[in-house]
Design a protein around this ligand. Structure first.
Ligand SMILES: Nc1ncnc2c1ncn2[C@@H]1O[C@H](COP(=O)(O)OP(=O)(O)OP(=O)(O)O)[C@@H](O)[C@H]1O
Ligand SMILES: [Mg+2]
Length: 318
């Protein structure tokens, strides 16, 4: 992607609405049984949470990204904010909640790439409609607003309504926590992206092959979004948009930890579309960004131009 689409310093290309947490990734050969112990082979402590991962990915791809999420008023929150700033993320709209500890996600990863997450995500680290109202100006000013639907429904809806009212590109990732919100959320979205489990929450069925993925994409498109991306586990991702559709297989690459691949995927899709790429190219770019994220432990993307180009070349032709 060229840097040509970058806006001036004042406005953001993408404002990501979602979770911020401390990620502690511990690599072991094998997870011990109760009463046992295992040496940690590698330990990584990162800025994490799905919202932060998406903002990191967008920034790495050359976009000017901001973050609307919540950290506590503890020392960890301070550290995560400093980290996000150092990553080039605009943290103006990050809420520091008094009396709250910052979220923690422990990713216990074994040598076969199987993860177990231990999550300490206090209720107070979730976004509220008031948090979203406080960031209304930023939501209206960003070129695109990327909403991660694991946040409480009322906050997600408020973010979508605000972005919509200013005619911003609205990109949604995931399935609504409350199914009653699904219709309004989908109707308010330009782009909607989900993994197979999340598709099943909305349609009742997880797609098992390319044809089913494309069919699910067409069905979901009728509910509002112009472009829909649907995961077919182990196979690839189906993309459906007004003029056409395509199924893009997974890139052929070794998987160490698939954590964060969906976050890199949706960020790259949004950046590609903002950059004016045709849908099919943005789709392949998204898949390449996901492929470039599964090769290392932890959810934090490490997207470079070279890494994305290498993954593009590893996507099989169909
Ligand atoms: N080798 C690969 N090449 C390209 N894409 C991949 C590869 N492996 C996984 N992916 C894609 O990465 C995405 C993972 O999405 P998913 O939403 O499940 O992950 P996540 O956002 O990291 O985690 P969560 O389950 O918490 O949302 C899927 O779209 C999947 O097709
Ligand atoms: Mg996901």
């Amino acid at each position: 992607m060229g840097p040509g689409y970058l806006s001036g310093m004042a406005d953001l290309d993408v404002l990501v609405v979602g979770q911020i947490a401390r990620d502690l990734v511990l690599l072991v050969d094998e997870v011990p049984e109760a009463g046992g112990s295992a040496p940690v082979r590698e330990r990584r402590e990162l800025l994490g949470g799905k919202g932060a991962n998406q903002a990191v990915a967008a920034t790495q791809l050359g976009a000017r990204a901001g973050l609307l999420g919540v950290v506590g008023d503890d020392e960890v929150g301070e550290r995560l904010l400093a980290g996000a700033r150092a990553d080039g993320i605009d943290v103006e709209t990050v809420v520091r909640r008094p009396g709250t500890r910052t979220g923690l996600i422990v990713d216990l990863l074994d040598a076969d790439g199987r993860w177990r997450y231990l999550e300490d995500l206090p209720e107070a680290t979730l976004l509220t409609p008031a948090d979203v109202a406080g960031a209304a100006g930023a939501l209206r000013a960003a070129r695109a607003v990327l909403v991660q639907l694991q946040q409480p429904g009322a906050a997600a809806l408020a973010a979508v309504r605000t972005a919509r009212s200013a005619d911003r590109l609205v990109v949604l990732d995931g399935a609504p926590s409350d199914p009653d919100d699904a219709d309004e959320l989908l109707a308010g979205a330009d782009v909607w992206r989900a993994d197979a489990r999340e598709v099943a929450l909305l349609t009742g069925d997880a797609p098992r092959d390319a044809a089913a993925g494309l069919a699910a994409g067409r069905a979901l498109r009728r509910r509002g979004p112009a472009l829909v991306a649907v995961e077919v586990p182990g196979e690839g991702n189906a993309f459906v948009w007004p003029d056409d559709e395509v199924f893009v297989p997974l890139s052929v690459t070794p998987t160490v930890d698939d954590t964060g691949a969906g976050d890199a995927f949706v960020a790259a899709l949004a950046v590609g579309l903002l950059d004016g790429e045709p849908a099919e190219r943005a789709a392949r770019y998204a898949v390449a960004a996901a492929g470039a994220t599964v090769g290392h432990p932890g959810g934090r993307p490490a997207l470079t131009r070279a890494a994305v180009a290498e993954q593009l070349a590893r996507i099989p032709a169909r």
